[in-house]
Design a protein around this ligand. Structure first.
Ligand SMILES: Cc1cc2nc3c(=O)[nH]c(=O)nc-3n(C[C@H](O)[C@H](O)[C@H](O)COP(=O)(O)OP(=O)(O)OC[C@H]3O[C@@H](n4cnc5c(N)ncnc54)[C@H](O)[C@@H]3O)c2cc1C
Length: 384
């Protein structure tokens, strides 16, 4: 039996890395266990960029968490000297009644967030590469941008180690067992047995069983991100000229994309949001990308962003871990108070990673958090 820890974390991806950092910074003895390399590309936290925005169409209840997440992205930047969040401005564009536009405006109004509304012509004037149909409108918010997922995971792990965390990689957790007392847990990996007072499970797409145990069904889904070289040159797409965007086409299909930056700098990344997801498991995901998938995305680009449909450069597959209502699951385990879970981030979690670390550290240390996480209770799926 090795050394005893205050908290063991299973999974050091987007959420586990920030949790390790927050706990270690608060002086806790932390053991983090990850089955793959630091900042690997087998889960949900790779591909270079993730959208950050505040006028949140999914639900206004996320806004306070987004505001705190922003502060923490700034804090880790100061501490590490690395720019994890790049603010570019963000365009939420679509038919006026679309979730992207109407939902974003609703959140912005409710929380008094600054924003502008733009007509299709105004969008085209400000960002000439966009050619929305005349009925479309947009919300523009200055504080949107993108987070770098691999750099975030890597940076939080490095900073966690500086604060004394023990981090183990290429080591898979086989099982864990809560001690009956309510305090204490034993974790068994491929190479050892470890004890701690508390457990945090941040296992991403590998969370199906733990969520099933607490009454939540998880659907893991293959998604693809693609890089294209713009026709006529990348200049209008570069950071400084071009925002992050979510664009809902006239048939209500959502696409999103990023400005061009150092990763595949000759191109820009674009993807469907949810459309075309193929159910899979981490073991069965098909990492090939097919010509028809590339063509389907091109067909949409022709409508609203035609110059992006140039040479195809590269694609990456990734997993969404979806709950039935696409809201997260963040909680203490209903049966074991020493066990805390953060999972089911449903394709929109990364922008929150900085604040999720703070929340999980609160839950592990105090058993509660001041952050509003009621929306994420697993009990919402229990039907009487
Ligand atoms: C294509 C795509 C685009 C996205 N775009 C956005 C976006 O623009 N904005 C946004 O906010 N969010 C976005 N998301 C969502 C966001 O990236 C995810 O919500 C987030 O990365 C989830 O982090 P996680 O920590 O839950 O999972 P992961 O980062 O995958 O971490 C889970 C970790 O647990 C480890 N693990 C699991 N089981 C074990 C075990 N038994 N033993 C040891 N280790 C284990 C895994 O190896 C993995 O490292 C996107 C997701 C995808 C796939």
């Amino acid at each position: 039996m090795g050394k005893t820890y205050d908290v063991i974390i299973i999974g050091l991806g987007g959420m586990g890395s920030t949790t390790a950092y927050q706990l270690a910074k608060r002086g806790k003895r932390v053991l983090g266990i990850e089955q793959f390399a630091p900042a690997h590309d087998q889960g949900s936290s790779h591909g270079g960029s993730r959208i950050y925005r505040q006028a949140y169409f999914e639900d206004p209840a996320y806004v306070p968490l987004l505001l705190r997440a922003y502060e923490l992205w700034e804090e880790i930047k100061r501490e590490s000297g690395r720019e994890l969040l790049t603010v570019t401005g963000g365009l939420m564009m679509g038919p006026p009644d679309s979730q992207t536009v109407a939902g974003s405006i609703k959140s912005a109004k409710q929380w008094n967030l600054p924003y502008e509304t733009l007509s299709a012509a105004e969008v085209h004037k400000r960002f000439p590469v966009f050619t929305p149909s005349p009925n479309q409108v947009a919300l523009y918010e200055k504080k949107a941008g993108f987070v770098r997922p691999e750099l975030s995971v890597y940076t939080h792990l490095v900073e966690a180690e500086k604060h004394g965390a023990d981090l183990r990689f290429f080591e898979k957790v086989r099982s864990w067992e809560p001690h009956s007392s309510g305090e204490g847990v034993t974790v068994v990996t491929e190479s050892g047995t470890f004890e701690a007072g508390k457990l945090v499970i941040t296992a991403g797409a590998w969370s199906s069983q733990i969520l099933k145990d607490i009454g939540v069904s998880l659907e893991v889904e293959r998604q693809v991100m693609m890089f294209f070289e713009p026709i006529g040159g990348v200049e209008p797409y570069r950071v400084g000229h071009f925002p992050i965007y979510i664009w809902e086409a006239d048939d209500y299909t959502q696409l999103y994309g990023f400005p061009s930056f150092d990763l595949r700098g000759e191109g820009a990344k674009v993807a469907f949001f949810r459309k075309g997801g193929v159910p899979c498991t981490p073991e069965t995901i098909d990492r090939n990308v097919y010509t028809e998938e590339i063509q389907t995305l091109r067909d949409y680009l022709e409508q609203g962003l035609p110059s992006l449909s140039g040479r195809f450069l590269e694609a990456k597959t990734c997993m969404y871990a979806n709950t039935p209502d696409q809201h997260f699951v963040i909680c203490r385990h209903p049966d074991y108070e020493q066990v805390n879970i953060a999972a089911g981030f449903s394709g929109h979690g990364f922008k929150f990673a900085s604040v999720i670390g703070e929340i999980m550290a609160d839950l592990a240390i105090d058993g509660s958090t001041k952050h509003p996480i009621d929306l994420f209770r697993p009990q919402r799926f229990v039907h009487h």
